[in-house]
Design a protein around this ligand. Structure first.
Ligand SMILES: NC(=O)c1ccc[n+]([C@@H]2O[C@H](COP(=O)([O-])OP(=O)(O)OC[C@H]3O[C@@H](n4cnc5c(N)ncnc54)[C@H](O)[C@@H]3O)[C@@H](O)[C@H]2O)c1
Length: 241
């Protein structure tokens, strides 16, 4: 498959690129140059530039969006919200039916809303991002993707993460987080999402929490396991031992 990756030169991008490179042909893009050599073709592209995104998507079979800007209000909107609009418009233009979007768990379970009290929180709760700029701009992008799927034959899978860990890091045990996944394990979800028969998905817009099994059970990765076939690795065990 020919895959366009947006925001591929960040922290997660190289893991996803290495995971997909053997099976797929990659067109990796980012507003900045990658810090390391990535498999596939790379060129600079600003996701807030509609024409550039549409042009980059020509000839592609799928789009993976890893781009994010967390702080500055205007740029966060341009990247995390408008970037999704541009991606979906590019998918419509070129008849691309498979899109994988990403974001933080905060797009559905915003800070201080659910984390204090609830357990077994899944990705299909009524979304409540709160007003944190990172969460709300990503949540609006996610909503734009959802609306496109109502009107076009495009399937969007949104993978939500909380905290990434490097199992080799000695600081692994320091962090107390709602949930976590290793970079490599997270990248495996993208292979699953690219392989899955789109008709096997319950709808054209599905959201998944992607993380390792966590003993506190505050969040649930059951849907990712059941539908994507995601297999959580036990490589973040140090977080709770
Ligand atoms: N890193 C984390 O701890 C974490 C946690 C939860 C969710 N996520 C999600 O995972 C995904 C990947 O995040 P990451 O950790 O790789 O983040 P990152 O900040 O390392 O990478 C994001 C990339 O987006 C690029 N970008 C910014 N503005 C752009 C623009 N105008 N045009 C094109 N690219 C642009 C950046 O240059 C960067 O390379 C994001 O959707 C993020 O919300 C990350």
């Amino acid at each position: 498959m020919k895959i366009l990756i947006l925001g591929g030169a960040g922290m997660l991008g190289p893991y996803v690129a290495r995971e997909l490179a053997d099976k797929h042909s990659l067109r990796i893009t980012d507003v900045k140059e990658p810090a390391e050599e990535l498999p596939g073709d790379f060129f600079q592209l600003d996701v807030s530039d509609l024409d550039a995104v549409v042009e980059a998507a020509e000839g592609m079979d799928a789009i993976v969006n890893l781009s994010v800007l967390r702080r500055d209000r205007q740029i966060a909107w341009d990247v995390s919200t408008r970037g999704c609009y541009n991606m979906m418009q590019a998918a419509v233009t070129h008849g691309i039916r498979r899109v994988i979007n990403t974001g933080p768990h905060l797009t559905v379970a915003g800070r201080n809303i659910t984390e204090c009290f609830d357990f077994g929180i899944g990705p299909d709760i009524p979304p409540q991002s709160g007003t944190y700029i990172y969460a709300i701009t990503k949540a609006m992008g996610q909503e734009i993707c959802r609306v496109f799927t109502l009107h076009h034959d495009i399937s969007v899978q949104t993978y939500l993460f909380c905290h990434f860990v490097d199992p080799r890091s000695s600081r692994l045990g320091d962090k107390r987080v709602p949930y976590a996944v290793s970079w490599e394990n997270a990248a495996e979800a993208f292979t699953l999402g690219l392989d899955i028969d789109l008709d096997a998905l319950p709808s054209r817009c599905e959201v998944f929490f992607v993380f390792a099994d966590m003993p506190h059970g505050k969040y649930s990765n059951e849907k990712a396991k059941r539908i994507l076939g995601f297999q959580p690795r036990r490589d973040v065990e140090l977080l709770w031992t």
